[in-house]
Design a protein around this ligand. Structure first.
Ligand code: DAH
Length: 368
C-alpha cells in the first residue's frame, strides 16, 4: 500500500475509497465498543489508531494521491480518524469510571465488622478487689505486706497463740507438707504475715496483707480449698479498740458505700483479746431487715451480715514476736476477699471465681 505515487493509479487509491475508509472506521468503532477493559482498549487503540493502523496508513497514502483526490480523501480519512479518536476517548472515560467503580466495590471496607478477634483480657476480679482494698489502707498511710503461701507451722500457729492442742492444728483444716518433721504448712490464713511483720520491723506498724490461703475444705458454693483473705495489723502506742472500729467502718464504707458501717459481736480468737466478729450493715436492706415489706433475703431479716474477725492483739502474740507489750498495743482483723466480692457484686457461687469462664469475669469489666 505504500510507495511513492508518481502517477495517478486508480488501483492504488481504491483502499481510500469511501467504503474502505468507512469499513476501517466501523471496524475501529466496533472494536472500541467491544473493548471490555482498559488493557483491551489499549490494544484496540494501537491496532486502530496507532502508527501502523489501517487509518494511519491510509492517511499516509493521501500525500501520494494526485492533488485532485487529496482533498476529498483527506477529509474522509480525517473524519474517520476523528470519529475513532473521539470514540476512544469516550470509551476510555467509560472504562476508567467502571474500573474506579469496581475498585470502590472490591476494596470496600466494612467498618461494622468486628475488628478485634483477640479481645483484650482483664485482670481477675479478685486481684482488682485485693488491690482496691490495699489502696483504701495505703490512702490512710498504711503499708502493704506479703508473706509466703508455704509457711512455717510456727508462724502460722504458735506465734499467734494457737498452741499445739488447738483444733485448728488438726489435719482437718490444714494442708501439711511432707515430711511432717519439717513443720511446714500451706498457710491457713493471712495472720502469719502479722507475725512476720512484727518480727522484722519496729512499731509503729500499720500494714494490710491481702493474699491467698488454703484449707482442706470441700469445694462448694461457699467453700474452696483455696481462697483469699486480707489481714490488717496495727501496733503503736495507745492503740485501742476504738481505732479498730473506726478503721473498719471506713473500710466498710469505702467498699460498700456510705452508711454501711460495722458492729462487733464478742467472739474468740487466740491471737486477739478481746476478740470480735465483725458484721456489716446489710447493704441490700440497709439494716432494716426488710425489702418491699418482705424479709430481706440477703441478711435473712437480720439487718447485718457477717464479714470477718478482729480484736486487740493478744499481748502473748506481741511478746512471741518480739514487741514490747508494756509499751505497745495493737489491733488486727481478717476478712475474706472472695466473700467481700460476693457481697459487693451479688455473686452466689464462690466457684465462679475459680472456673475461668470469661462470661462471668467479663461482667466485672476490663479494669487492668
Ligand atoms: N485469721 C482468722 C481466720 O482465718 C481471721 C482473723 C480473725 C484475723 C481475727 C485476725 C483477727 O487478725 O484479729 O479465720
Amino acid at each position: 500500500m505504500s510507495g511513492p505515487n508518481s502517477s495517478y493509479d486508480p488501483v492504488q487509491v481504491t483502499p481510500l475509497g469511501e467504503e474502505e475508509v468507512f469499513a476501517m472506521r466501523d471496524a475501529a468503532l466496533a472494536a472500541i465498543a467491544a473493548a471490555s477493559d482498559l488493557d483491551e482498549l489499549k490494544r484496540v487503540r494501537s491496532e486502530h489508531a496507532g502508527d501502523r493502523s489501517p487509518l494511519a496508513l491510509a492517511n499516509r497514502e493521501i500525500g501520494a494521491l494526485p492533488p485532485a483526490a487529496r482533498k476529498e480523501t483527506g477529509a474522509r480519512v480525517g473524519q474517520a480518524r476523528g470519529a475513532v479518536n473521539q470514540a476512544l476517548a469516550v470509551r476510555q472515560a467509560e472504562l476508567e469510571a467502571e474500573a474506579e467503580e469496581r475498585m470502590l466495590v472490591d476494596e470496600t471496607v466494612d467498618v461494622t465488622l468486628p475488628w478485634d478477634r483477640t479481645p483484650r483480657g482483664a485482670r481477675h476480679p479478685i486481684t482488682t478487689m485485693s488491690e482496691r482494698i490495699a489502696d483504701i489502707f495505703v490512702a490512710m498511710g498504711w503499708e502493704v505486706a506479703e508473706g509466703p503461701l508455704v509457711e512455717a507451722e510456727w508462724l502460722n500457729f504458735d506465734a499467734l497463740n494457737l498452741g499445739p492442742d488447738h483444733p485448728a492444728r488438726t489435719m482437718q483444716d490444714t494442708f501439711w507438707t511432707e515430711p511432717a518433721e519439717n513443720h511446714v504448712v500451706l498457710r491457713t490464713h493471712t495472720s502469719p504475715v502479722q507475725a512476720r511483720t512484727m518480727l522484722t520491723r519496729e512499731p509503729p506498724i500499720y500494714v494490710v496483707c491481702p493474699g491467698r490461703v488454703f484449707r482442706t475444705d470441700e469445694y462448694d458454693a461457699t467453700h474452696s480449698p483455696m481462697f483469699h483473705q486480707v489481714e490488717g495489723l496495727v501496733v503503736d502506742e495507745g492503740i485501742t479498740m476504738a481505732h479498730l472500729k473506726g478503721s473498719l467502718d471506713h473500710f466498710a464504707q469505702a467498699i460498700f458505700g456510705e452508711g454501711i458501717t460495722t458492729r462487733f459481736r464478742p467472739s474468740y480468737f487466740p491471737f486477739t483479746e478481746p476478740s470480735a466478729e465483725v458484721d456489716l450493715v446489710c447493704f441490700v436492706c440497709r439494716g432494716s431487715g426488710l425489702v418491699d415489706e418482705a424479709t430481706c433475703r440477703t441478711c435473712r431479716g437480720e439487718g447485718w451480715i457477717e464479714w470477718g474477725g478482729c480484736g486487740v492483739v493478744n499481748p502473748r502474740v506481741l511478746v512471741a514476736c518480739g514487741v514490747d507489750a508494756e509499751r505497745y498495743t495493737g489491733f488486727a482483723f481478717g476478712m475474706g476477699i472472695d466473700r467481700t466480692l460476693m457481697f459487693r457484686h451479688g455473686v452466689e457461687d464462690l466457684r465462679s471465681f475459680f472456673e475461668g469462664d470469661v462470661r462471668f469475669s467479663r461482667a466485672f469489666g476490663t479494669e487492668i
